[in-house]
Design a protein around this ligand. Structure first.
Ligand SMILES: [Cu+2]
Length: 236
C-alpha cells in the first residue's frame, strides 16, 4: 500500500511530472514517456472491436460469464508490459491491444444474463495507490459492475445501496440486462466498475468495457433502414 501523504498527493496531482511519480515503471520507460512526449505517435492501428478489442463470446445462449482478472499488456511498442485489471470472457483476451479490452454486442429486445466473478488479487497491488479512508474494507479489492446508461432493475445496476462491500475474491455478481424497448434503443454504452469507495481504483486499473446495443434500425450491417455506415468488425 502507498500511503497518501500531502507530498505524494502533490506528486500525483502535477500532470507535467506525472510520469516521474509512477514508481512501477522502469526508469528507461519513464525516460521514453516523460517530459515532452517522446513516444512515437500513430505507429499502430486504432483498436476496433474484432481487431484489437475482443468481442465477448457468450458462455451460453444470451449469457455471458466474465472474470475480473489481472493481465499484462504492452500499451505502446516502446513501453514494457503494464499490469491491468480486465474483464475476461474466458478467452484470455488474446489479441487485445490496450486497456479498453472488451466489447459486448447486444441486441435491443433480447435480454442477457451476465455474471462477473472477482478473480483479482486479494489486496491492491502497489501500482494502485489506495486511500483506505474511502474504501469499505481497507486494502481489499472489492468489485461491482454497472452498465452505464442502461435501463435495468436496481438489483442489476451495480447498486452500492444493496451491496456496500461489493464483491470480493471468488464472489460472483449476477445481473439481468433486459435490453428492453423503448428504453434501450441502439447505443454505444459501456460497463465499468462501480464499487463503493473503490470505483476510481478499479476503473483506473482497467475495469471498463464497451456494450454495443443494436436494433432493427442500427443493425451494424449495410445496408440498413436508416442508411448509416455499418459492416464494422463486430459484424464480420
Ligand atoms: Cu457510469
Amino acid at each position: 500500500m502507498i500511503t497518501i501523504t500531502r507530498r505524494n498527493f502533490l506528486k500525483y496531482s502535477v500532470g507535467a511530472t506525472a510520469a516521474l511519480a509512477l514508481p512501477w515503471l522502469p526508469r528507461r520507460a519513464v525516460a521514453a514517456a516523460g517530459m515532452g512526449g517522446a513516444l512515437t505517435k500513430y505507429i499502430q492501428p486504432v483498436p476496433l472491436p474484432g481487431a484489437g478489442i475482443v468481442v465477448a463470446t457468450p458462455s451460453d445462449t444470451n449469457k455471458y460469464a466474465f472474470t475480473q482478472t489481472q493481465i499484462m499488456r504492452q500499451l505502446h511498442p516502446h513501453l514494457p508490459p503494464t499490469p491491468l485489471f480486465a474483464y475476461d470472457d474466458g478467452s484470455g483476451l488474446g489479441g487485445q491491444a490496450g486497456s479498453f479490452g472488451m466489447a459486448v454486442v447486444a441486441q435491443s429486445g433480447t435480454p442477457l444474463d451476465v455474471s462477473y466473478t472477482n478473480n483479482l488479487p486479494l489486496t491492491y497491488p502497489d501500482w494502485i495507490p489506495v486511500d483506505t479512508n474511502l474504501t469499505p474494507l481497507g486494502n481489499q479489492v472489492r468489485a461491482m459492475t454497472h452498465l452505464h446508461g442502461a435501463f435495468v432493475a436496481g438489483a442489476s445496476d451495480g447498486n452500492p445501496a444493496l451491496t456496500p462491500n461489493g464483491f470480493g475474491f471468488g464472489q460472483t455478481q449476477t445481473v439481468h440486462y433486459n435490453n428492453q424497448l423503448p428504453e434501450n434503443p441502439a447505443a454505444l454504452l459501456w460497463f465499468h466498475d462501480h464499487a463503493l469507495g473503490a470505483t476510481r481504483l478499479n476503473v483506473f486499473g482497467g475495469l471498463a468495457a464497451a456494450y454495443i446495443l443494436r436494433d432493427e434500425f442500427d443493425t451494424g450491417a449495410e445496408p440498413n433502414p436508416i442508411g448509416i455506415p455499418g459492416g464494422g468488425p463486430p459484424n464480420r
